[in-house]
Design a protein around this ligand. Structure first.
Ligand code: DAH
Length: 344
């Protein structure tokens, strides 16, 4: 019986060597490895053998099958390379033809802006702190001094999960609490972080507002941080981001998690402050909400507000991305339209 294995092996490998075209190769495969091929017939014989011989014979046939499979694959590769060499020699392959262009992916325009933001803030000593998109109701609202009746908590504005205590963050500000608790070491260490990320609001989608958008939050906590630090820091950022002589102005405002609060405008860099359609003829573009961290928020982050203070800001990078590239409609950002994305 083992004789038949070695006979078939010799015969098959001998025949394979002489094969030079793919039809003959297919025929060879059918003859030896096909469903009714020689190896298959050997397998079929196993059952009729004495029990003591079955295992050894079975292993022999298995090994033969694997060897022939391998030999077949090697021969096919060899034939292919020979065909290619012949085509090259006969000039059927023109190696001077230009290669097919390869499409390379590119960074999303929003990602590009985020990287610019991050580089600038990192140069100014701010570390990137990655918070989370799925957030607890407490962190998104209550601990930021947004009491339960606050209009921003309205079901209309927020995407809740099936658990009413868990939601998609509506802003990056809850990351302030996480960063303070995580990096503050029980309210004993200063911190300087930015928190970039996606935010979600249940809104009517229009050319100007989306149900998702990104923000970059900033937070600095220390022993002697004042309003002048906030103003200086933002003015410096504007110089690095917009133009070396960018002018900024501050307007008093209100946010529950800062006191005092202000909004920051940068002089419109499209018209140089003259007034144009983009700045709605005001000469200014709003770039951030900001303020001194509210004592309640400091406390919720583990700091004693009689010793520690800090400033915070929140920016919306989509605006600047749109201005930079002349994008008229925010809906392009997350609609995955390749015609849009390939332009960047
Ligand atoms: N979280 C605010 C919003 O989404 C933006 C903001 C305002 C963030 C003032 C801040 C801040 O850190 O100090 O509209």
């Amino acid at each position: 019986m083992t004789d038949s294995i070695s006979t078939i092996r010799r015969e098959a490998l001998g025949a394979l060597e002489r094969i030079g075209d793919s039809d003959a190769l297919s025929a060879w495969r059918a003859q030896y490895l096909g469903r009714r091929g020689a190896v298959g017939k050997l397998f079929a014989q196993i059952g009729s053998l004495p029990k003591t011989e079955r295992a050894a014979f079975g292993q022999g046939v298995n090994a033969l099958q694997q060897e022939l499979d391998r030999a077949h694959e090697e021969h096919r590769a060899l034939m292919e390379s020979q065909v290619m060499a012949r085509d090259l020699e006969e000039g059927e392959i023109d190696i001077s033809l230009p290669a097919y262009p390869r499409r390379r992916g590119a960074l999303h325009p929003s990602t590009q802006t985020h990287r610019e933001f991050q580089t600038i803030w990192a140069d100014m000593g701010f570390q990137v702190y990655q918070s989370r998109d799925v957030e607890e109701d407490d962190l998104n609202f209550t601990l930021l001094n947004l009491p339960p009746h606050h209009p921003a908590r309205d079901m209309q504005d927020t995407f809740y999960t099936t658990d009413p205590k868990v939601l998609l963050r509506t802003h990056t500000s809850p990351g302030q609490i996480r960063a303070m608790r995580d990096l503050g070491d029980g309210g004993t260490k200063p911190i300087r972080v930015i928190l970039p990320g996606m935010c979600y609001r249940q809104e009517q989608v229009t050319a100007r507002s989306e149900i998702q958008f990104t923000q970059v939050e900033g937070l600095a906590i220390g022993r002697n941080i004042r309003m002048s630090d906030l103003k200086g820091t933002i003015a410096e950022f504007a110089k690095r981001m917009y133009s070396p002589n960018a002018k900024v102005r501050y307007r008093a405002s209100y946010f529950p998690f800062t006191e005092p609060s202000m909004e920051v405008d940068v002089e419109c860099f499209l018209c140089g402050g003259e007034g144009c359609r983009v700045c709605k003829y005001t000469g200014w573009l709003e770039i951030a909400g900001s303020g001194m961290v509210h004592p309640t928020v400091l406390r919720n982050g583990g700091y004693d507000p009689s010793e520690w203070s800090g400033f915070a800001f929140g920016m919306g990078p989509e605006r600047i991305t749109m201005l930079k590239h002349g994008i008229q409609d925010i809906r392009y950002f997350w609609s995955n339209d390749l015609r849009f994305l390939r332009q960047f």
